[in-house]
Design a protein around this ligand. Structure first.
Ligand code: SF4
Ligand code: SF4
Length: 450
């Protein structure tokens, strides 16, 4: 598996008394004292990473009142599975990972339904980008429930609210966008926080993961607030949904200046909205006006490697539709992709946040049912970017549904060894991304009509 270029130690485990000094694997051993080998150790690491991602979505689903008991049971069972001397069977590890993935499907559905039940079904909207005014709070993270509460608390207080990164899809929800002081979006994916937050003179709040610790040692932490589990030394934690300290800070700080761009971004193609376009989409697929859907979605991370996804999106022919979600879309969501020629169907569909990745599956299943074509034979290509453990549970969720032929990048996961990678290739036809032009040549179907 030279393709994965995995330079990490074969295994590392220090969880029990039988550990060798420094941890089993720390001296290059590929088997622990208990006889857990490197492959099982890594499969258990993947379980733990999947549980982390699942737990994040479970927390948000619970905030919206969802019954997560089945998911909770899978979380505790999976943690138990990784304890010392519980299981040494490769196939049972895979089965547990698929069970975890199924719980991922379930939790994303719970979260999606929680959002649409509480906030309405999103509709497409054009959002102002990098334009701001007045006293203001910039909200980063994924927590739409928190944003809803903040919009209620700030109504009529003379404070404007702006979104950052994964909060962009908030603008499409009817119960959020009815607040006229929810103004627009600022910045791109999470990792521009350090530079952006230095420049933003107003108050700041990060309500979930993907907070960037201050690097430049200047002073925006005195105007940075965190919510619930999120935290950073020097920032102020919001307790018991009391937003008054944050609002007072926003009112003390200067009005926003130097954010006067005329850019806009489009969002709001939740799968429940896209399914409303099903008859037109089906007709366009059947008569060849839509050749193929490209799901280009996932997390973004610092560096140039993510430019792969822009190159892929930019290179697609006009009869291809991009389906996206998560913060990876900021690599290409400034591009106007227009509509599929001869139709009113947008070529760019933003399903929403990372937890809305289930939307691509719902759309594919609806297409499969309407056309009687098996899901894995639909004209759909899947190219995913991954960054952290929410992406791990999303990938496990797709595997648990039997979705194959996924291209994953931009870098190989370091927690996958050769045995696991070979299994994923054989079972799920997983590919690591290469050059965007080569991958596109492999993925693009022949055009059906002249
Ligand atoms: S569980 Fe096994 S591999 Fe892990 S520290 Fe104990 S003996 Fe070593
Ligand atoms: S999509 Fe992933 S990397 Fe991006 S903000 Fe969400 S969790 Fe973080």
């Amino acid at each position: 598996m030279s393709e994965t270029k995995n330079a990490a130690p074969a295994m590392f485990c220090n969880q029990c008394e039988m550990s060798t000094p420094g941890g089993c694997g720390s001296d290059g051993q590929d088997i622990g004292t208990c006889l857990k080998d490197a492959t099982l150790a890594r499969l258990q690491d993947i379980m733990l990473y999947g549980v982390k991602g699942l737990s994040a979505y479970r927390e948000h689903a619970r905030e919206l009142g969802a019954d997560t008991r089945t998911v909770d049971d899978v979380i505790s069972e999976t943690l138990y599975f990784t304890m010392t001397n519980v299981n040494f069977d490769f196939d049972r590890h895979i089965a547990q990972l698929m069970k975890l993935g199924s719980a991922g499907v379930q939790v994303m559905d719970l979260l999606s339904d929680g959002h649409t039940n509480q906030l309405g079904i999103p509709t497409p909207v054009s959002v102002s980008q990098n334009r701001a005014e007045g006293k203001a709070i910039l909200v980063s993270g994924h927590n739409l429930d928190m944003l809803h509460k903040l919009l209620q608390a700030t109504e009529g207080r003379g404070v404007n609210i702006y979104t950052h990164s994964e909060m962009l899809p908030a603008h499409a929800y009817p119960e959020l966008r009815k607040f006229t002081h929810l103004k627009g979006n600022i910045g791109k994916a999470w990792f521009d926080q350090d530079e952006l937050f230095q420049k933003w003179p107003g108050a700041l709040v990060v309500n979930t993961n993907c907070i960037v610790p201050e690097k430049k040692k200047t002073d925006y932490f005195d105007r940075l607030f965190t919510y619930k589990v999120t935290g950073a030394a020097g920032a102020t934690q919001i307790l018991d949904d009391d937003f008054e300290p944050l609002i007072r800070k926003a009112l003390e700080l200067p009005e926003i200046s130097d954010f006067d761009s005329a850019e806009t971004l489009v969002t709001g193609h939740h799968y429940k909205t896209v399914l409303g376009l099903a008859p037109q989409i089906l007709e366009a697929v059947n008569d060849g006006r839509i050749r193929q859907f490209f799901v280009i979605a996932g997390c973004d991370a610092p560096g140039n490697a993510g430019n792969y996804f822009r190159e892929m999106a930019e290179s697609l022919p006009e009869d291809c539709v991009i389906v996206t979600s998560s913060c990876g879309k900021f690599r290409f969501n400034d591009i106007d992709f227009g509509t599929v020629p001869g139709t009113v169907i947008p070529r760019y569909l933003d399903l929403g946040q990372c937890n809305d990745s289930n939307g691509a599956v719902h759309i594919a299943l609806a297409l499969s049912e309407a056309t009687s074509i098996p899901v894995n034979e639909l004209p759909v290509a899947i190219v995913l970017s991954w960054m952290e453990q929410k992406a791990v549970i999303i990938l496990l969720a797709l595997f648990s549904l039997g979705i194959k032929n996924i291209y994953l990048g931009p870098k190989p996961p370091q927690f996958v060894n050769e045995a696991i990678f070979d299994f994923l290739v054989e079972t799920f036809d997983l590919h690591l991304t290469g050059e965007a032009s080569d991958d596109l040549a492999n993925l693009l179907l022949e055009r059906q009509v002249a």
